[in-house]
Design a protein around this ligand. Structure first.
Ligand SMILES: [Fe+2]
Length: 288
């Protein structure tokens, strides 16, 4: 039997290791059931390193995806990366939700926590949606949002694999609902992706405000508008942030922690930090 607990005021579940067993000995189906109902699992006391994280994740994953701009940590584990570079605050987002290549789950493990700050933050998109005002909900039901991104050739080659050609790009991008793209003269690719800000969760089919709107709005290089190209009012962004500020949940990292987050339901971010020794690793995958 797996021993669990819930984080205060949270649907997230902590799975403790009280029997000194390896994380690889946890019952897979039971763990999966917890993941489906909770959406965030924190495994504590298993001493997980990034190799273990990948091995454990293989039990649940059909496919791993490579993040386009994070440093790979080990040539033998090419899907494991360090988290977003820099030490700054990271605004709430779902991983790669500004594109049609949104993975089902994001995995994090902690090598070294920051001496101060650097906590991973998360928000339940179902609760965010429930707490939003009727007017705000109406706005995002009535209008989809549109993300613009530009990928230099080096980026899409990394994403699609070494040796990928423009024909591979076309094969990958053609026919995806909501996506339009343009191949530029320098072989960079510009994409526009239109999607709803409110999505159905993978496991309970609930409405969730789970997207990358805030992060892209705040990102100086990000561009996000309503689907018709009209700007998203700052007042709406402020109202969403106000709702989210009351729903922020925190992972206070300990070395060896592993976290598994349902990317169809939860947004995540992080607090800023100054400790150069902080090491948090991440992995993205689709579930079996
Ligand atoms: Fe992220």
């Amino acid at each position: 039997m797996v021993e669990t607990d819930t984080l205060l005021m949270s649907s997230a579940k902590i799975i403790y290791n009280n029997t000194s067993e390896s994380i690889l000995q946890l019952p897979i189906q039971e763990t999966l059931n917890y993941f489906k109902s909770s959406g965030v699992l924190l495994f504590r006391g298993f001493g997980v390193d990034y190799e273990r994280m990948k091995t454990f994740a293989e039990n649940f994953s059909s496919k791993f995806v490579l993040d386009k701009d994070r440093p790979i940590v080990d040539p033998h584990n090419k899907y494991v990366t360090l988290v977003d570079p820099g030490m700054h605050y990271v605004s709430p987002h779902c991983e790669n939700a500004n594109s049609p290549f949104r993975p089902d789950v994001i995995w994090f493990c902690c090598g070294v926590p920051a001496a101060q700050g650097g906590e991973t933050l998360f928000w339940d998109g179902v609760k965010v949606w429930q707490e939003m005002s009727v007017e705000l909900k109406k706005l995002f039901i009535a209008q989809k949002i549109k993300f613009y991104q530009k990928f230099p050739a080096a980026d899409w080659k990394r994403f699609l694999g070494i040796g990928a050609t423009l024909a591979d790009v076309q094969r990958t991008l053609n026919g995806i609902p909501g996506l339009s793209y343009k191949i530029n003269e320098d072989q960079s690719i510009s994409i526009e992706y239109i999607c709803s800000a409110v999505v159905k969760t993978k496991y309970a089919n609930q409405d969730a405000f789970a997207n990358s709107l805030i992060a892209e709005y705040k990102n100086p290089r990000g561009v996000v508008t309503f689907a018709d190209g009209s700007p998203i009012p700052a007042t709406a962004i402020n109202q969403i942030q106000h709702v989210m500020n009351n729903l922020t949940e925190v992972i206070n990292w300990q070395s060896g922690d592993l976290v598994m987050i349902d990317n169809s339901r939860f947004l995540h971010g992080r607090r800023s930090f100054t400790d150069r020794n902080r090491r948090i690793y991440s992995l993205l995958s689709y579930m079996k």
